[in-house]
Write a protein that binds this ligand. Structure first.
Ligand SMILES: *Cc1c(COP(=O)(O)O)cnc(C)c1O
Length: 434
């Protein structure tokens, strides 16, 4: 098929995610022919640096030869098997490794196949665990500006209006407590105090608090101080409230630690992982929890006590092999240490943005860096302009509203970082001059 044919035939039959399809009357689709390293290449030979890791999933580049080889091996052995009553080597190895690598106390792995479903699992498990322990706790708490996915349960605990507003009448009850307003310790302290006041009033109704540690991704890359996590953990213990750490985006090194909870040295009751879990190859998610929670469900059959949640593709063997390959790379190549150099280099390079009058803030946490613009009306769709300019100049940027961010695959070189940042800088300067 030719490039033009692909674009035309796509729009005949596809409905794309997170897209007002009418935009494609003026905004062309970009059919991609192949991917390698940080690059995506289209059918006309143009290549784009994937500065957003294809929606935050890719860690070690597209078509990574090592991950490819491990998935191919798995493909020739076992593609998938039902995980009820049956098991396989890849899922066992992966679970053992995750238990070892994640914060202490997380001992059991429950699989699903995307981030939203895993959030649903954690919410249901939390409620059910309290119930099995003789407590009826019906309320979930989340942070303002949070995002936990878009299935109805996950949407209920999210707080990004853009995704939530329309469906409000359908959602389960949840309340929001303030996220720390900025990265200062003081803001962390104030927000924790607000959460504590809420617990003092309604602690006996609250099943869990769910939060994105360190960075609220879809919430415009808002970042906060790790002290908030320390305090929340302490408060939740006092009120018998579970802590659900949604590390779907921040997990696997994005914040500079393998898991974001490590910044605060806390261990949640539920740790939710997806996105980077398979290095960006295949859909897979997992909820890790404690033996204590697990024990709440462990009894003779027949009292509505078992966790009967399931997905057809739970623990898919191909996805697990990609996940194991991803962990191999972390192990063999000392990625966290190498990323420290890369994130320092990014920090140095983005400094130039601070002098621009239309830049409100530059913030960074590990391998995630955000440049927030100011002075634009949402109807101007500044993000779309940045996106179009980026594509024209070989970089895939996909701003969240007026926040441009960089979240590249870890295999990005300094030279590629230069290009990525230069293109974003040029478009911000262009917008400033208008
Ligand atoms: C992306 C994301 C989800 C949802 O994951 P999907 O696989 O898109 O359903 C949940 N939580 C956070 C923090 C995310 O960034």
């Amino acid at each position: 098929m030719t490039n033009e044919e692909l674009k035309r035939r796509d729009l005949e039959v596809l409905w794309h995610p997170c897209t007002q399809m009418k935009d494609h009357e003026f905004l062309p689709l970009t059919p991609i022919k192949k991917g390698y390293g940080v690059y995506l290449e289209d059918f006309e030979g143009n290549r784009y640096i994937d500065a957003i890791s294809s929606w935050w999933v890719n860690l070690f580049g597209h078509s990574n030869s090592y991950i490819n080889s491990r998935v191919k091996e798995q493909l020739d052995t076992l593609e998938h098997v039902i995980l009820a009553g049956f098991t396989h080597e890849s899922v066992i190895k992966l679970s053992e490794r995750l238990v070892k690598l994640t914060p202490k106390g997380l001992e059991k792995c429950f699989y699903a196949d995307n981030g939203s479903s895993a959030v649903e699992v954690a919410l249901k498990m939390s409620y059910h665990a309290h119930k099995n322990g003789g407590k009826e706790k019906k309320l979930f708490v989340s942070l303002t500006n949070s995002y936990h996915g878009e299935t109805l349960g996950a949407l209920s605990v999210g707080d990004v209006e853009l995704y939530k507003k329309t469906y409000e009448p359908l959602l389960i009850r949840s309340i929001q407590t303030a996220v720390p307003r900025d990265m200062s310790q003081e803001a962390a302290y104030e927000a924790a105090c607000e959460f504590e006041r809420l617990c003092a009033q309604r602690g006996n109704e609250i099943s869990a608090i769910i939060l994105e540690p360190m960075i609220q991704g879809a919430g415009y890359m808002h970042m906060y101080h790790s002290d908030f996590l320390v305090r929340v953990r302490e408060i939740t213990k006092r009120y018998d409230i579970h802590l659900i750490a949604d590390e779907v985006m921040v997990g696997f090194g994005r914040t500079g630690k393998l898991f974001a909870c490590e910044h605060a040295n806390v261990s949640p009751d539920f740790l939710v992982l997806s996105k980077g879990l398979t290095g960006g190859y295949l859909p897979l998610s997992v909820v890790l929890t404690t033996n204590e929670i697990y024990a709440r469900f462990y009894c003779d059959y027949g009292e509505y006590k078992a966790f009967l949640h399931s997905h057809s593709y739970t623990g898919n063997a191909l996805a697990c092999s990609a996940a194991n390959a991803t962990l191999d790379i972390f192990e063999k190549e000392d990625i966290i240490e190498k990323n420290l150099e890369k994130s320092n280099y990014i920090a140095e390079k983005v400094n130039s943005f601070r002098a621009l009058s239309n830049v409100k803030e530059v913030r960074q946490c590990g391998m995630v860096c955000a440049v927030e613009l100011q002075g634009y009306d949402p109807s101007e769709r500044i993000g779309l302009k940045v996106y179009e300019y980026g594509l024209k100049h070989g970089v895939l940027l996909r701003p969240l509203g007026h926040v441009i961010y960089f979240m590249p695959p870890y295999v990005i070189t300094n030279e590629e970082i230069d290009t990525m940042i230069k293109v974003a800088y040029d478009v911000v300067v262009m917008l400033e001059a208008r």
